[in-house]
Write a protein that binds this ligand. Structure first.
Ligand code: SIN
Length: 492
């Protein structure tokens, strides 16, 4: 490792998990937080719905409220609780429709006041430095594109999601799954990467960003309607508009194919002042596009939203490499199974960021393989498809490689998957695989994105059943006998 800065702890990522970990680590030593763009630019800041919680005396949300988070309250002063799909009761604390931004604000305020925590922004993490089988720090490219090494006793990946692997996503540009790629290339186990959640209602308007139109709208009574204005969800699921996310996402596509037209969200039957007051961010964004949230029909469709899979960790964020930790969306604790419920990701970041911070202060040790995991190389699996071997690495990056990967993944490994499409994706991504040390920012970006895409496509091809966010047209049924397992993969 080249000489470079040295810290007790380094955290890659400035979302809720990374910041919560920084707060926990500050009393124990010097902490460096690397953020990929501006400090507030993470999936956290884009989270609209809220944070699902049983508001008990000792939970993490109470801590956040004590630190100054302003959640909406009812007239009697009690927290106003929203509802989202597949939740049986109202339990979602929210700050208007910008809950993530509010939580990020509180955490950044706290972190900024901690003398032990330094932050470097516009830092693109490129590699985990491994020495004698242990994580020894991170190599990253600074804002000028120069490679830098930072050495640390414990390294936390808190890089968030990977929605940008797909052409259409609700995630910000920074969400390219960097932590998954870094961990994989360092030799850590990754798990469950076939489980990608597609949010049903991203704005779907040519030329406009795929802005998230929160599920909380349906929790307040918004309806999905077809081009004739007919509500249609009960035709697909008894829970109607609040059916599980994967069901709603697929139903929108099917309804659109059935009718030959777009699908819309409508709130026109609700009180207009209430709608605009409850969802001010969404209303303002739509207003810029000439749409009135309270009156107009809003065109919507699915977009990649959340990764259930990620870096395989124990419940304290330990990975299979001693000294390397992961928390938040980048990690796969198994917490969300194959299909996360709404408003559990901010909560996950808070809880597992804090847990990782505690574990990072202990003597480093690798997490052992959990009993419910099987290796992708065939042991314990009767899978068809990829055989889990490690193909020879070759490099053939095109200038438009990133765009091509995102298009490919949307077409072949998106909401509806089948063998032919997934084989096409795997073959194309195998040809892009690159195990060399990335020498430039562009190479690091491409390598991170195409590594994650390849892992998703391989995992989706391997799992010959449908479950949660993973839907195979050629294997539409769930198959507990063969597939009630978490499948893990390593590069080594
Ligand atoms: C939403 O507001 O619809 C998304 C919330 C989440 O994914 O947890």
């Amino acid at each position: 490792m080249r000489a470079g800065a040295s810290f007790d702890f380094v955290i890659v990522g400035g979302g809720v998990a990374g910041l919560r970990a920084a707060i926990g680590l500050a009393p124990a030593g010097r902490v460096l937080v690397l953020t990929k763009a501006e400090p507030a630019e993470s999936n956290t800041g884009y989270a609209q719905g809220g944070i699902a919680a049983a508001i008990g005396d000792d939970d993490s949300v109470r801590e956040l409220i004590e630190w100054g988070a302003r959640f909406d309250r009812a007239a009697d002063g009690r927290p106003s609780l929203g509802r989202e799909a597949a939740h049986s009761v109202r339990r979602v604390l929210h700050a208007g429709d910008a809950t993530g931004r509010e939580i990020g604000r509180v955490l950044w305020e706290r972190v900024s006041a901690l003398g032990a925590v330094e932050t470097i922004d516009h830092a693109l993490a490129a590699e985990i430095v491994v020495e004698d089988g242990r994580a020894a720090g991170v190599r990253y490219f600074d804002r000028g594109g120069a490679p830098q090494d930072v050495r640390a006793g414990a390294t936390l990946l808190a890089t968030g999601g990977a929605g940008q692997v797909f052409r259409d996503t609700t995630n910000p540009a920074v969400a390219t799954g960097d932590g998954i790629a870094l961990a994989f290339h360092a030799g850590a186990r990754v798990a469950d990467l076939e489980f990608v959640q597609f949010h049903p209602t991203a704005l779907s308007r040519p030329g406009a960003p795929r802005f998230l139109i929160s599920e909380a709208l349906r929790g307040e009574g918004a309806r999905l309607v077809n081009q004739s204005g007919e509500p249609f969800m009960t035709r697909y699921h008894p829970d109607g508009d609040l059916a599980p996310r994967d069901v709603v996402a697929r139903s929108i596509v099917r309804e659109s194919e059935r009718t030959g037209g777009a699908v819309f969200l409508t709130l026109a039957h609700l009180d207009a002042a209430y709608v605009r007051g409850r969802f001010p961010t969404i209303a303002a964004m739509l207003k810029d596009l000439g749409l009135d949230l309270a009156v107009d029909r809003i065109p919507v469709g699915p977009a990649a939203h959340y990764m259930m899979g990620g870096v395989d960790t124990d419940v304290c964020g330990r990975t299979s490499i001693a000294g390397l930790f992961a928390a938040g969306e980048v990690a796969c604790t198994g917490l969300h199974g194959a299909n996360r419920l709404a408003s559990n990701s901010l909560l996950e970041g808070l809880v597992f960021g804090a847990r990782a911070a505690a574990a990072m202060q202990e003597p480093p040790r690798a997490a052992p393989m959990k009993e419910d995991r099987v290796m992708a190389d065939g042991s314990g699996l009767m899978a068809e498809g990829t055989n889990g071997d490690h193909l020879p690495y070759a490099i053939s990056h095109q200038p438009s490689a990133i765009t091509n990967v995102r298009e490919l993944m949307w077409r072949c490994a998106g909401l509806f998957r089948d063998r032919a499409g997934l084989e096409e994706a795997v073959a194309a991504l195998d040809a892009l695989a690159d195990a060399s040390h990335p020498a430039t920012v562009d190479r690091a970006r491409q390598r991170n994105l195409s590594t994650v895409a390849r892992l998703i496509a391989r995992a989706a091809l391997r799992r010959t059943e449908s479950r949660g966010g993973h839907y195979r047209l050629d294997y539409p049924a769930r198959d507990d006998e063969r597939w009630c397992v978490h499948v893990v993969e390593t590069a080594l």
